[in-house]
Design a protein around this ligand. Structure first.
Ligand code: BGC
Length: 780
């Protein structure tokens, strides 16, 4: 953390601990996992409340620089007021200080839109409106990542922020940028897939969109929240290199490029310390290495101590207040791994008095929160609410995301797009066909005003010309026990086969629901839920013109049927417009342009974390190191079902004319090393389409073991039939560097690199070897 000397001096001279707090007090509760001991703090003698500062106090002046206002405000706060800001006042609100005009930060869960929230607010309070808030349900993060469309993700962030404000809130708890380490994390759907660079681009875009509206995002969950299993207690052992190359870059990008105002600390431990008190990662990396200036918020109930948490730079504990106390009193809260609130004002003051935290530290925590309250505009322009949500413009963004995110995995014999001159009847089948499965479960699940199921979308689009029928095929395992019996299963299957055999085309939508794929627990198996493989096989046998659609966030095993399947799509969780998006792709109104942000392995046993998940005795060893996702499959030559970056289109693209040139650009006295890469892409088909051009870097003779290739740039190019466009890239030093465990620093070696440009990690269309001379890396 870079604390300016001005701030230290200011805080020391004006914020001395008053005598009343230096009297003997019981020691504060001990940090760690021991059962929480309530701290009883002696009753304070009544204190005269300082008067409210004058209307012309510098901190109230919107024309002054943020840092000056923050310093002024901090100088006027009592120690108790400062301490009170480290805890929430409700389930979704920070603590306001009315005397100074400091507002509560009113939060809403995300990241896929505004989730209805619990707690005090004008809108959800019993006296006022219906308790449940409805808002636009945007596609899951993994679906947005499959678009590779950063401007669109930025628009999504902006649309969500507009809804946040319309509903009278100030902060959205998203984006989720945790890496998909293995196929069974219950929250894989929320994040942006397996690649740190792609996750970083998406995270930055989301943050920029949200912040452009003066709304505070929360980049979560810092760090290495890659499984739900025992999330309060699991300790992930991760090498420094894997942290820097895989699990930190998306946060780094959000901070350094997105200038993110907030980061959420994760529940889990990393290398022996809970994330909320993890000095190496919070203080040394986030604050010192990345230069993070905003505040850190805890995940809900992810604090486990007082002084160590504050000293590590974890600034705001959530939730707080009465609602949080009731929650903590529940036996299941303690069972899950927490049973107390740790940053309540009494505990913070006791730790201060006992010298376990310094006044300068407390000032730093508070300063960070104030910096965001003032810097985001919240102080000067509160969000009164009363605006509109789910507007046509917001819906359009949701629809575009759902459409661009759909990945066409197979299309034998050009079964798709549906040719309505030949197809007059469609049987829509499956446990995910008649219900809109908009997202996975847990805190990210938005309650939309409406949601389009695949069957609705297909029927709406087909109009009267094509007869569309529906059959369940098989109930979603565990959803309705009545549908799980052997007899009902057999009857449902018969009906589906019947429907398929009488239709020109069958569309089966399989996958999971938001109970199976959810926050709070991992997915038990990579297999599809009971009966779904049987359903696919039976329907494909009855009708070879069958399209299989996956409606999941995680990879699933497809071995039994995938080779025989003619057409296969992955629609992920598409939010409220998922059904319309699917129909647009099936009928060819939109060209499929989504690409996999995650490898789909053939078998669960093939995944890099196999044998090292979920861990034993609450210890999980990230033994695969940096070999996550395609870094593993491509380097170790493990054949996946579908590789990272893969996705077909209804048209075809030709890559040509690749050039790659290392350069030393001089500006005045400084020289900057970079490599320019250009490649032309032509749409060689007869339909308009978009191609995501992926750029990977491979080092020829690395000094240290390195993955076969690493994604370092990409560009989504829209092309009319026959049209050619150039994709231009400028790679900087970071595209060639690795984290050297020996020096504990990013290192770039001179030598030979192969720049690979292609349509997936396994479909490299053009490559060029470049030589980077040492003189370019260390210019004089
Ligand atoms: C989740 C967070 C969420 C928070 C508030 C936690 O359980 O992990 O992602 O923002 O709850 O609902």
């Amino acid at each position: 953390m870079r604390i300016s000397p001005l701030f230290c001096a200011l805080s020391l001279c004006v914020c001395g601990v008053p005598a009343v707090f230096s009297q003997a007090v019981p020691p504060p509760a001990q940090p760690g996992n021991s059962p929480a001991q309530p701290v009883t703090f002696p009753a304070q003698p009544p204190q005269a409340q300082p008067a409210s500062p004058p209307a012309d106090a510098p901190y109230r002046n919107a024309n002054l620089p943020v840092e000056q206002r923050v310093a002024d405000l901090l100088s006027r706060m009592t120690p108790q007021e400062k301490a009170s800001m480290l805890a929430g006042s409700g389930w979704m609100e920070s603590t306001p200080i009315p005397r100074l005009g400091i507002p509560a930060i009113k939060m809403a869960d995300g990241p896929m839109g505004v989730r209805s929230w619990m707690g005090s607010s004008a809108i959800t309070s019993a006296a006022n409106a219906p308790a449940k808030i409805e808002a636009t349900s945007f596609p899951a993060g993994v679906c947005m990542a499959a678009t590779w469309d950063t401007p669109l993700v930025q628009k999504e962030g902006q649309a969500i922020a507009q809804e946040v404000k319309a509903l009278g809130r100030d902060m959205i708890l998203g984006p989720t940028v945790n890496i998909n380490r293995q196929p069974l994390w219950g929250r894989n759907f929320e994040g942006y897939g397996e690649d740190p660079y792609l996750s970083g681009r998406m995270g930055v875009a989301y943050v920029q969109g949200v912040q452009s509206e003066g709304v505070i995002p929360s980049v979560k969950h810092f760090d290495a929240n890659n499984e739900e299993y025992e999330r309060h207690r699991i300790n992930a052992t991760i090498s420094d290199r894997a942290l820097h190359e895989i699990y930190l870059p998306a946060f780094k990008a959000a901070v350094e490029e997105g200038n993110a105002w907030n980061i959420m600390s994760a529940y889990n431990l990393v290398n022996g310390a809970h994330m909320a008190e993890n000095i190496p990662l919070l203080h040394n990396v986030l604050q010192n290495e990345f230069g993070f200036q905003g505040f850190v918020i805890s995940d809900w109930g992810s604090t486990y101590s007082t002084a160590p948490t504050i000293n590590a730079g974890m600034d705001l504990e959530m939730p707080g207040g009465q609602r949080a106390q009731q929650w903590m009193a529940l036996p299941q809260t303690a069972q899950a791994g927490n049973g107390d609130l740790w940053l309540t004002p009494d505990k913070v003051m006791a730790a201060l008095t006992a010298g376990q935290i310094q006044q300068t530290q407390l000032d730093d925590n508070v300063r960070r929160i104030l910096r965001v309250i003032i810097g985001s505009g919240l102080f000067d322009h509160p969000h009164p609410g009363g605006g509109e949500v789910d507007t046509p413009a917001q819906r359009a963004v949701a629809l575009q995301g759902a459409t661009e995110g759909i990945v066409l995995l197979k299309n034998d014999g050009n079964l798709l797009p549906i040719d309505t001159t030949k197809v007059h009847s469609i049987a829509v089948i499956g446990p995910d066909a008649g219900v809109a499965r908009t997202g996975g479960g847990g805190s990210s699940l938005v309650r939309p005003k409406y949601a389009i199921a695949p069957f609705d979308g297909i029927r709406d689009r087909a109009g009267n010309a094509v007869k569309v029928s529906y059959a369940l095929g098989v109930g979603m395992e565990g959803e309705d026990p009545a549908q799980d019996s052997t007899e009902t299963r057999a009857a449902d299957l018969r009906q589906a086969v019947e429907a398929a055999s009488h239709a020109d085309l069958a569309v089966i939508v399989v996958g999971r629901d938001n109970k199976i794929e959810s926050e709070g627990h991992d997915v038990p198996t990579m297999e599809l839920p009971a009966g779904q493989d049987d359903l696919i096989e039976a329907v494909e046998k009855a009708n070879p013109h069958t399209v299989v659609v996956l409606n999941t966030g995680d990879p699933v095993t497809m071995t039994r049927w995938v080779d025989k399947t003619a057409a296969l799509l992955d629609m992920w969780y598409g939010g409220q417009e998922g059904g319309h998006a699917l129909a647009a792709i099936l009928f060819g109104d939109a060209d499929p342009s989504g690409k996999l942000p995650v490898t789909l392995p053939k078998r669960y046993e093939d995944n890099p974390a196999y044998g090292h998940y979920p861990g034993q005795n609450l210890q999980v060893d990230y033994a695969e190191g940096i070999y996550v996702g395609y870094r593993y499959y491509d380097t170790k030559k493990v054949e996946p079902a579908f590789p990272f970056g893969y996705g077909l289109s209804y048209t075809t693209f030709q890559y040509d004319n690749m050039g790659a040139t290392p350069r030393l650009a001089r500006t005045g006295n400084t020289s900057e090393f970079g490599v320019t890469v250009d490649v032309s892409v032509q749409n060689t088909g007869t339909r308009a389409g978009a191609e995501v051009v992926e750029l990977y870097v491979h080092e020829n003779k690395p000094k240290i073991d390195r993955p076969e290739r690493e994604l370092k740039a990409f560009q989504r190019v829209e092309l009319q039939p026959g049209e050619t466009k150039w994709a231009h890239f400028r790679l900087n030093r970071s595209a060639f560097s690795y984290w050297d465990p020996a020096t504990r620093a990013w290192t770039t070696d001179a030598g030979e690199y192969e720049i690979q440009v292609g349509a997936s990690s396994r479909d490299i269309r053009q490559k060029k070897i470049i030589k980077i001379p040492a003189s370019f890396l260390n210019p004089r």
